[in-house]
Design a protein around this ligand. Structure first.
Ligand code: IVH
Length: 702
């Protein structure tokens, strides 16, 4: 997080805007992690965001936001499964990153009690499993409900899927099982199972999975439980929710009882009498990490006595009686053999380190990201150097630093290419219109003539969250491109017709046969209709990820309306341009990228050809949701009962869009005290004006 102001130097005004930014960013990453199982940043970087948020809140307690991430765990459930309200919320854990943090935790626990009373408070230490937490409800010994954590308060009912997991007993025969007992623990996938699954994916021409955690999460949240059954998920029990009685008075006692009842419990669980033993357990578990065969990302310490746990209670999202002591990112030393330039879908050039293969935390690493040329210069990384490589959690390994003492003679500083390695076009660093600074990434200016960009765009088009065509993964489209079979998206849909005419039919190509070709064409035909948001995402417009694609789909409804509006928005004075910028969540840079995409003649051709083959379905809003679902609201003036933030959060919860300025597209203006120009404009345009109370009544909170 270079360039950010230290928390102690923030003015109150800066703190407010930082808290706003952090809340937004953390919510975004929570959504990717919990709802889409597709994180963009490392767990360590996520922790940095949360820590900064907590530190700012500690300095400015009056500025804690109603939607502060510190009061929330995870993301709301996705709506495909029935909702389950957890009788006892499923909470999260605070983090410790150093021995001092652990010492502080123990002291905090001991200080909580009267002197002497809990000095002997014991802890247990156990691995923190990197999977997904689950709550399993047993009534009279029979499994009746399996629910995901969701946002901690409400999860999803995944009972049918849970029943396919062998580690989880369907019924508990032991006579000591209480009438109601919710076992909680972690579902995960072993490295071996993950590797097997990815081999099968690759062989079937499907996208490979990123890491075991997300794959386990995705496997569990399959609507078809028979798919879950094939994924061989595993389970460890380590906690509990609602219970009619407890089988023991200590954490360790309950864990052992769950073991007796037939649940797998982690064999590395230890009793520790103080900080020293806790840290020793941490070292022991860390040493075992590479040979466990499943991912763990730290050690959890918990107060052992349950009566003390109860008295300690909770602070916002985490218990005071437990903490997660995270592992530092794993590192290794190796030689940098070369620096290769990769060309991305939108032309960004990324330097990639080609390494002498090295094992980092049990995984062989040969490539690592060097981010961009400024980073290379800052770290002074040169070909031939001995470098330290780090792998944190599930992300791409990074080159952290250079071991200068080992630098061979005659190395040269890295020079960024001034030409694209794929097409020879100029490679330049653009000026960011917002900051006035140069972009970190150099870009190929070849655009549509650059074959590397074309291949990356095709790979994106068929990727899992875009067209996701069974049998047509990144490897296959790349091969099709190189053979000239598929040069642009529309060609995918004419493959079958052309296959009859060509002298090189697909079934004669190595790796393909009659059956796989028939299956491929069937899978392609299934995708001739597709939801509008996926369609927009698949186009690969710069800066348009899934969230923005959805916003566009929601705001414009059909591809035709979107295209017409974007063509008109080419004129920055037009109302279409203003409206695009008014969409909450779409900023200037993104808006310009979208307009630019639709203004490019070649894109229009590609799009026309594609639309001859496929039909994006109009985006339909679920009108039943609330009276303001899909409506655009502008808040103005000072309100009595709601802060501006709360009003916005509430409106969004009811499905409304909140805009910053009034236009003919505005459905409601909610005017508080001393409302000024926006109110006048609303009146002039004949937009519905509501008082704060009328608004609250409308959404049913009056
Ligand atoms: S205890 C009330 N123990 O970590 C405390 N959690 O960061 C509940 N996790 O949501 C959590 N291994 O998904 C606990 N041995 C362990 C764990 C563990 C993994 C996960 C769990 C939890 C998250 C909190």
């Amino acid at each position: 997080m270079s360039g950010t102001i230290a928390v102690e130097d923030l003015s109150e005004e800066q703190a407010v805007s930082e808290l706003e930014r952090l809340a937004r960013e953390i919510a975004h990453h929570d959504k990717l992690y919990y709802a889409s199982d597709a994180p963009e940043i490392t767990d360590a970087d996520y922790d940095v965001l949360r820590q900064r948020n907590d530190a700012i809140e500690a300095r400015f307690p009056d500025r804690v936001r109603p939607d502060s991430p510190s009061g929330r765990v995870g993301a709301a459930p996705s709506g495909q499964f029935a909702k389950v309200i957890h009788a006892v919320p499923m909470l999260s854990l605070g983090n410790a990153f150093s021995a001092e943090d652990v010492q502080d935790f123990v002291e905090r626990v001991r200080r909580f009690f009267k002197q002497g009373e809990a000095n002997e408070a014991c802890f247990i230490a156990e691995p923190k499993i990197d999977g997904l937490s689950i709550s399993l409800r047993y009534e009279k010994g029979a499994l009746v409900l399996g629910a995901t954590r969701g946002d901690g308060a409400t999860g999803e009912n995944v009972t049918a899927n849970i029943r396919t997991i062998k580690d989880i007993p369907q019924s508990l025969k032991d006579s000591s099982v209480p009438d109601v007992f919710e076992v909680r623990g972690e579902i995960f996938m072993t490295h071996a199972e993950f590797a097997k699954l990815n081999e099968a994916q690759e062989a079937a021409g499907k996208q490979t999975y990123v890491n075991p955690r997300n794959t386990a999460a995705g496997s569990l949240r399959q609507l078809d439980a028979s798919i879950t059954a094939t994924r061989k998920l595993q389970f460890f029990a380590y906690a509990w929710g609602e219970v009619s009685a407890l089988p023991a008075e200590t954490q360790m006692g309950v864990i052992e009882a769950m073991g007796v009842w037939g649940f797998p419990i982690n064999p590395l669980t230890r009793i520790c009498t103080g900080v020293e033993e806790m840290l020793a357990a941490h070292s022991e578990i860390e040493a075992a990490r590479a040979s466990l065969g499943y991912d763990i990302d730290g050690v959890v310490y918990k107060v052992d006595r349950l009566d003390l746990q109860e008295r300690l209670g909770f602070v916002s999202r985490a218990p005071r009686w437990a903490i997660a002591h995270k592992f530092p990112a794993e590192k290794a030393t190796t030689i940098l053999k070369d620096i290769e330039i990769q060309v991305g879908r939108t032309g960004s050039l990324t330097p990639v380190a080609k390494l002498e293969p090295v094992t980092v935390g049990g995984v062989v690493v040969q490539n690592a990201t060097l981010h961009n040329e400024d980073e290379i210069a800052r770290k002074d990384v040169r070909i031939g150097d001995t470098v330290i490589v780090q792998r944190a959690g599930d992300v791409i390994p990074q080159v952290v630093s250079v071991v200068l003492e080992k630098r061979p003679e005659n190395t040269k500083p890295f020079e960024a290419p001034s030409q694209c390695p794929a097409c020879g076009s100029h490679a330049v660093r653009e000026l960011n219109p917002k900051t006035g600074k140069e972009d970190a990434a150099r870009r190929c200016t070849g655009g549509l003539i650059c074959p590397a960009q074309a291949v990356e765009r095709l790979k994106h088009f068929v990727s899992r969250n875009a067209y996701d065509i069974e049998g047509l993964g990144a490897k296959q489209v790349e091969a099709f491109y190189l053979e000239g079979r598929v040069m642009r998206p529309a060609d995918i849909f004419t493959l079958e017709a052309r296959n009859v005419r060509t002298d090189k039919p697909l079934q004669e190509k190595e790796g393909w046969g009659e059956q796989s070709v028939t299956n491929l064409f069937a899978a392609i035909n299934v995708r001739r209709t597709i939801s509008l948001d996926r369609f927009i995402y698949a186009l690969g417009i710069r800066h348009v990820g899934e969230t923005t694609a959805r916003l566009l789909a929601k705001s414009y409804g059909t591809i035709e309306i979107l295209r017409t509006a974007m063509a008109a928005a080419g004129d920055h004075e037009s109302s279409d341009y203003v409206e695009l910028n008014n969409i909450d969540g779409i900023g200037l840079v993104v808006a310009d990228a979208i307009v630019e995409f639709f203004a490019e003649a070649h894109n229009t051709e590609v799009l026309d050809a594609l639309l001859e083959q496929v039909t994006p379905e109009p985006f339909v809003l679920d009108e039943a949701e609330s009276p303001v679902t899909g409506k655009t609201v502008v808040f103005t003036g000072t309100m009595e009962r709601l802060s501006r933030t709360e009003a916005k959060v509430m409106a969004e919860r009811y499905g409304a869009k909140v805009a910053g300025s009034v236009s003919a597209r505005t459905d409601y203006v909610v005017a508080g005290e001393a409302a000024g120009s926006k109110l006048k404009k609303a009146e002039a345009l004949g937009v519905n004006v509501l008082t704060e109370d009328e608004w609250l009544a409308l959404v049913g909170e009056g």
